[in-house]
Design a protein around this ligand. Structure first.
Ligand SMILES: Cc1cc2nc3c(=O)[nH]c(=O)nc-3n(C[C@H](O)[C@H](O)[C@H](O)COP(=O)(O)OP(=O)(O)OC[C@H]3O[C@@H](n4cnc5c(N)ncnc54)[C@H](O)[C@@H]3O)c2cc1C
Ligand code: FES
Length: 282
């Protein structure tokens, strides 16, 4: 973990935008390098953790750390422009400075996944919080059994990480099922057509010795959990991450809580069992 002994806990590290990748018309990935070389060498995090990213003068936005902890020397975030901070972050160019504080929150229990089959289920812009774990596991491939990825978006254009989808599709040790919503396919589409929960049901990965990770809009999660249940997944075999609005990220402001759970400290990663115990609609 990183040393958070900075005197001001809200003081961000300064980073330089090293690369910009446009994933879709409104989703962009930034590769960031810490300006302090020592921080760049020592910054460590676990898959599932998030950070607060600042556009100076506009404020902070919360994004997961989308790169894998196994890849050193940079971090990446992928975000959709939806408002004040994200629009300001979109104006940044390669070489510009932005702030990052973190890493915050809990993480996926990767060591407990050794020897298991893994199923990743994501919809739309929600692939980034799973991409960190997918690459983490692929970089340690020998430690895991079968890996299945079910990923869908409204249209082909809305799929993020297209170059990585191609890579996963071409690997012999990953089963990628990519889908677009009915009507979202074009003439060159070589995947499935259908909503993610339905396509997951059809792909029917075995629940035996398997852990599933689900990330997507609440409506997708709502319809995916019963499909997993039907396939035989217990609530302790299913993980998801929540994206409640946050401010401090540190368990201090009370902005993110659901009942007595602080999503920024107790989460953002939760099992389906924990979700069911929370006073929220799913
Ligand atoms: C743990 C965590 C991880 C996240 N990871 C990512 C990520 O990897 N990529 C990404 O694009 N986004 C992610 N988000 C959501 C992201 O934080 C918000 O979209 C962002 O803060 C919006 O900032 P803004 O100032 O541009 O928008 P604002 O001007 O604050 O808001 C614009 C609109 O978006 C709505 N909005 C803002 N934040 C949220 C939210 N958290 N949930 C629902 N609606 C919201 C507002 O109500 C408003 O309608 C994550 C959130 C959390 C808590
Ligand atoms: S974001 Fe401030 S307490 Fe969670």
């Amino acid at each position: 973990m990183c040393d958070h002994s900075n005197k001001n806990i809200y003081l961000p590290y300064l980073t330089t935008v090293a690369e910009i990748i446009d994933e879709t018309p409104d989703v962009r990935t930034l590769r960031l390098v810490f300006q302090d070389e020592k921080v760049n060498d020592s910054f460590s995090y676990r898959a599932g953790q998030f950070a607060e990213y600042s556009a100076f003068g506009a404020g902070e936005a919360t994004f997961c750390i989308a790169s894998s902890p196994t890849r050193k020397g940079y971090i990446e975030c992928s975000f959709r422009s939806v408002g004040r901070v994200t629009e300001e972050l979109r104006r940044l160019e390669v070489g510009d400075t932005m702030g990052v504080r973190g890493p915050y929150g809990n993480s996926y229990p990767i060591e407990q996944l050794y020897g298991k089959n893994l199923v990743f289920v994501a919809g739309g812009i929600a692939l980034p919080p799973l991409r960190t774990l997918i690459w983490n596991c692929l970089d340690l491939r020998d430690n895991f059994g079968d890996i299945t990825i079910v990923y869908g978006a409204r249209t082909e254009a809305d799929l993020v990480y297209k170059r990585e989808l191609k890579e996963w599709q071409e690997r012999g040790d990953v089963r990628l099922v990519k889908t677009v919503d009915p009507g979202g396919d074009g003439p060159s589409w070589d995947g499935t057509v259908g909503f993610v929960p339905t396509v997951l049901g059809e792909a029917a990965p075995s629940a035996v010795n398997t852990i599933a990770f689900v990330c997507g809009p609440p409506i997708m999660i709502k319809f995916t959990l019963p499909v997993l249940e039907k396939l035989g997944f217990g609530d302790d075999q299913v993980y998801t991450t929540l994206e409640n609005r946050m401010k401090c990220g540190l368990g201090k402001c009370g902005r993110c809580n659901v009942g007595n759970v602080y999503v920024c400290k107790d989460g953002p990663v939760f099992t389906a069992q924990q979700l069911k115990e929370m006073p929220m609609e799913f």
